[in-house]
Design a binder for this molecule. Structure first.
Ligand code: ATP
Ligand code: MG
Length: 391
């Protein structure tokens, strides 16, 4: 009897003809996670099996992989004889502590002579006979033992672990995440990865007004997203001259609006260059003056690129819950300031007017935008020193 992992697919099961495309990405994600372990993957249209000497280590690593609905520790029997199934079932359960149990059988091999209900009854009777002080409970058993009778083998299992669901990373192509050091954008990134998007990042910094610690914080956030299978690049944009120019020359209460319009313009250029299909950010309706619907419209005005805002309708507390769950919250609350927080006007405009913006922007020196692309810093994530930790 071999102990192995059985992987049940997540939402990709809704994909008819494309299913293999999704499964190939899932295999890639799993291979990345199992690097260094001795294993073999066997896959079919419905599920995947992972043969390995280190089932629990593999299980732990796969708990963070998108595209998996459930991971099950299964026992593979090569002999499908009913007596052999009974003996194995007792072997599997004899050292497990439980009071009540139920057996459920699924017979995908219809040529198997005994009907599912009869298999369950026979296996159940054998367990009752051979293990002391237990009873059957069909409604709420401590242990549910599944017997799967398939053409190639019989599988027994009772240990199930929830997977992350979602789509395998990369199946939806690439997007560019505007990643700051705050709580929100990294959560927006996580939710996008969950939908199969592979992310590159753009971070705007304003050294010397912002610090290298602030940049390292953003690198650390991007590294944490690698826990969930994302591998990408951070493009660090030196935003200092643009912010200083806006600060000195343009209408005070519109500072953030102008700044964000410049961010979007730059993000769009980077997105085009790297072949990203969308820009993603952590904007949230009404969170701050620059995120009222009027503000969002005024900023969005500079681009035709799809801008995805996964957190648009979340409450802050809901965002914080996800941040804690994915391990980014404690990094995000480190005190280093980003460029947005350094140059905040006293009374930012809540309903910016496009005609004011357009006439005011005539003052802006757009050559500054072109210069930016000459000194973008490109950082790979996971960063080399963290590589083994995340893959
Ligand atoms: P917080 O959690 O404090 O709200 P935030 O990152 O969401 O942090 P906001 O001022 O709300 O900050 O900015 C809205 C969105 O704009 C961010 O979620 C992020 O996607 C993007 N953004 C803001 N500042 C930067 C920056 N310095 N670099 C890249 N993207 C940024
Ligand atoms: Mg925010």
């Amino acid at each position: 009897m071999e102990k192995l992992l059985l992987i049940k697919y997540g939402e990709l099961t809704t994909k008819g003809d494309n299913r293999n495309y999704f499964i190939c990405f899932l295999v890639k994600s799993i291979e990345n996670k199992l690097l260094g372990l001795n294993y073999k993957i066997e896959k079919d249209y419905y599920r995947m099996f992972i043969h390995t000497d280190d089932v629990y280590e593999a299980l732990n690593r796969l708990k963070n992989v998108f595209g998996i609905h459930e991971i099950v520790i299964a026992y593979k029997l090569n002999d499908s004889n009913i007596d052999s199934i009974c003996t194995s079932a007792v072997d599997v359960l004899k050292n497990v502590s439980f009071n009540t149990f139920k057996v459920e059988t699924n017979r995908s091999d219809k040529s198997y002579k005994i009907k599912s209900n009869d298999v369950s009854r026979t296996v159940g009777a054998s367990i009752l006979k051979n293990i002391n002080n237990i009873t059957v409970d069909v409604h709420n058993p401590d242990i549910l033992l599944n017997v799967e009778i398939r053409k190639e083998a019989v599988y027994l299992y009772y240990e199930r672990y929830a997977g992350m669901n979602g789509y395998p990373v990369g199946t939806m192509g690439k997007a560019l995440l505007m990643l700051s050091g705050g709580i929100d954008s990294v959560v927006a990134g996580y939710l996008s990865i969950k939908r199969g998007v592979s992310l590159d990042f753009v971070y705007f910094e304003s050294i010397p007004h912002t610090s290298l610690e602030a940049r390292n914080k953003v690198i650390s956030l991007a590294n944490t997203l690698c826990n969930y299978g994302n591998i990408g690049h951070i493009y660090v944009v030196n935003f200092t001259k643009i912010q200083e120019y806006i600060y000195k020359n343009m209408k005070g209460e519109y500072l953030i609006t102008f700044m964000r319009r410049m961010m979007y313009r730059i993000a769009e250029k980077i997105a085009e260059k790297i072949g990203a299909n969308a820009i993603i950010n952590g904007e949230n309706i009404g969170q701050v003056a620059s995120q009222t619907l009027t503000s969002i419209k005024a900023v969005n005005d500079v681009t035709n690129y799809p801008i995805i805002r996964p957190l648009a309708t979340y409450d802050k507390l809901e965002i914080i819950d996800v941040a804690k769950k994915i391990g980014t919250y404690n990094i995000s609350i480190l005190p280093y300031e980003d460029c947005c927080t350094v140059f905040v006007p006293k009374h930012p405009v809540i309903n910016p007017k496009l005609d004011v913006i357009h006439s005011e922007e005539e003052k802006f020196d757009f050559a500054l935008l072109d210069q930016i692309f000459e000194d973008i810093i490109n950082i790979e994530v996971p960063t080399k020193e963290r590589h083994n930790e995340y893959l």
